[in-house]
Write a protein that binds this ligand. Structure first.
Ligand code: OAD
Length: 234
């Protein structure tokens, strides 16, 4: 088996579930009472900006009441101690990986604690409520800020960096994602195509489960720390 130097880790909503952040595709198929399409598309924002702004304002406000769990902390420890290349790609818009201390991290679907101004095109760190229509901290214009979230039909962030890392990695690990949303759902096949070993950790088999060399089913808060400790001993 190929020696492991370079690692890419993809995380989804399941890694934050034990911190109390709702996953997207709950048993009722709704995300906090809404169809994903009604709050996560540019069309939804054009149709009802107030509903969409309030929805993400509530999610942003809730971040103050949640904390990183054992899985976020274990990945931050791996980032600190792993001397090879490592890239943590999260689909999550919460900031729990950041708060746990992960540094080699990209948020491919944007961040709740960031706002994007359509007037000046700049992104800024943001706390508070976008529904109050605050001025952009960069250009001082009102009426231009939207959540810095990648909605359906928009291009995820950092794709060049992610694809380069997938082509170089020896191990690709996917944690807590249903594998329902592309391009992230296709990363396992890209990494596998370049010869990486692939491992999935999820509560139940994801839609792309068959593409992984190994699947571990269970809670991220238990599986991830055990996997990290094992890897650091090799
Ligand atoms: P989903 O809600 O689709 O999937 C979460 C997965 O985590 C499910 O397969 C659960 O079984 C699993 N899970 C739940 N609790 C877990 C636990 N404690 N430990 C391990 N696994 C657990 O969330 P994502 O796959 O992240 O995009 O969704 C992908 C994208 O869809 C999101 O980034 C979002 C959404 O539309 C945007 O907002 C652009």
């Amino acid at each position: 088996m190929r020696e492991i130097n370079n690692i890419v880790i993809l995380t989804g909503a399941g890694i934050s579930a034990e911190s109390g952040v709702a996953t997207f595709r709950g048993p009722d198929g709704l995300w906090e009472g809404h169809r994903v399409e009604d709050v996560a598309t540019p069309e939804a924002f054009a149709r009802d900006p107030d509903l969409v702004q309030k929805f993400y304002d509530e999610r942003r406000e809730k971040l103050a009441g949640v904390a990183p769990n054992a899985a976020h902390r274990a990945l931050a420890k791996l980032d600190r101690l792993w001397s090879g290349e490592l890239l943590l790609v999260t689909q999550n818009v919460d900031d729990l990986h950041d708060r746990a201390g992960s540094e080699r991290l990209v948020h491919m679907h944007g961040e709740l604690r960031s706002a994007w101004c359509s007037r000046c095109g700049e992104r800024s760190k943001f706390e508070g409520k976008l529904a109050f229509d605050p001025a952009c901290p960069r250009c001082d214009e009102f009426g231009g800020l939207r959540p810095d979230i990648v909605w359906f039909g928009e291009m995820p962030y950092h794709m060049d960096k992610i694809e380069a890392a997938l082509a170089r990695c020896d191990l690709f690990v996917s944690i807590g994602t249903s594998g329902a949303v592309y391009p992230a759902a296709g990363f396992v096949r890209t990494a596998g195509h370049y010869g990486a070993r692939t491992l999935e950790m999820n509560l139940d088999p994801s839609e792309g489960s068959i593409y992984f060399n190994e699947s571990q089913m269970g809670k991220a808060g238990e599986l991830v720390p055990a996997w990290v400790e094992g890897l650091l001993k090799t």
